[in-house]
Design a protein around this ligand. Structure first.
Ligand code: PMP
Length: 293
């Protein structure tokens, strides 16, 4: 396999990832002061790129940072990376921080140039074993701040939650706040009860995933009733099915929560349907370079 000449971009420069360096005074490094996106690419076509860039716009506005690039410039940078990378299916990681500034001071610097960093990597399909048998999860208190709708690079609470999942030997940690479901450490969570697909509505308590939107659209297009209302911890535990969704994991069934079986303890019938809808959507829409069916 020929190696790409570059697989990353930093502040105007395309280069191999391991040759790029940032200032230790970068506010992303010092304060976690920045936002990010992960964009899946199928057959070299970025899926819902403009939705990801819209979310980036909203996140930059939410943290008071001017977008350093026009939409056209973002498209060009991403296209250069996708074209150069060897993999057909890729993930493009994109982050913008408030840039290097000193002296170190929490408040915004009077002058700073944002740091723009992207890299491309392979997007592996979710493991067959996880798709067929489902995965286990734990619940954990949601100790994060009140603006979880911002896709901020300051992810310490999510890191600790995911590590707790790893140490418990499970795939995901489901975050619970005030007796209700927020989301996973790195995913959105759906439940199925009596044939109805339920999930919390978009709010400041969770990140509205691009995959969350896709799953809701696919359910509605295929006659599955969808209810976007708060889901209590009790309802989560008593669900017939629980799913997690994200751009990299797609849709996976959670079959065990805190050591207790969810429903039958096997991926449920609605999951089987949604998994198929998602695969068909991937083939017919994402791989064809379309955003919607
Ligand atoms: N919530 C959190 C906290 C996440 O980190 C992610 C993605 N990694 C998601 C939800 C899902 O978002 P998307 O479907 O856009 O990948």
């Amino acid at each position: 396999m020929t190696l790409p000449a570059f697989n990353a971009y930093l502040n105007g420069r395309y280069a191999p990832l391991d040759t790029l360096t940032i200032s230790p005074m970068d506010r992303g490094f010092l304060f976690g002061d920045g936002v990010y996106e992960m964009i899946p690419v199928y057959n070299r076509r970025a899926f819902r790129l403009d939705e990801h860039l819209d979310r980036l716009d909203a996140n930059l506005a939410a943290i008071g940072l001017a977008n350093p690039h026009s939409r056209k410039e973002w498209h060009k940078i991403i296209a250069e990376l996708v074209d150069e990378e060897v993999f057909e299916d890729q993930q493009i990681y994109l982050q913008v921080t408030r840039g290097p500034a000193w002296p170190r001071n929490h408040a915004f610097p009077a002058q700073a140039t944002p740091s723009v960093f992207l890299f491309a990597d392979e997007l592996p399909a979710p493991a067959r074993e996880q798709v067929e048998n489902g995965v286990s999860a734990i619940t954990i208190p949601d100790l994060r701040w009140q603006r979880c709708n911002i896709k901020a690079i300051s992810l310490l609470a999510n890191v600790l939650a995911k590590q707790a999942a790893v140490e418990a030997g499970v795939a995901e940690a489901i975050l619970i706040r005030d007796g209700g479901l927020s989301e996973g450490a790195a995913s959105n969570i759906f439940i199925v009860k009596d044939g109805i697909l339920r999930a919390p509505p978009p709010s400041t308590q969770m990140l509205t995933g691009i995959t969350y939107d896709v799953v809701i659209e696919l359910a509605q297009a295929n006659g599955i009733a969808v209810q976007l209302e708060a889901v209590s911890e009790t309802e989560l535990r008593a669900a017939d099915e629980v799913w997690l969704t994200s751009s990299s994991k797609e849709v996976l069934a959670i079959v065990e929560l805190d050591g207790q079986a969810i429903g039958t303890g096997r991926p449920g019938p609605l999951f089987a349907r949604m998994f198929q809808y998602y695969q068909d959507f991937k083939t017919g829409v994402m791989r064809a370079g379309k955003d919607f069916a």
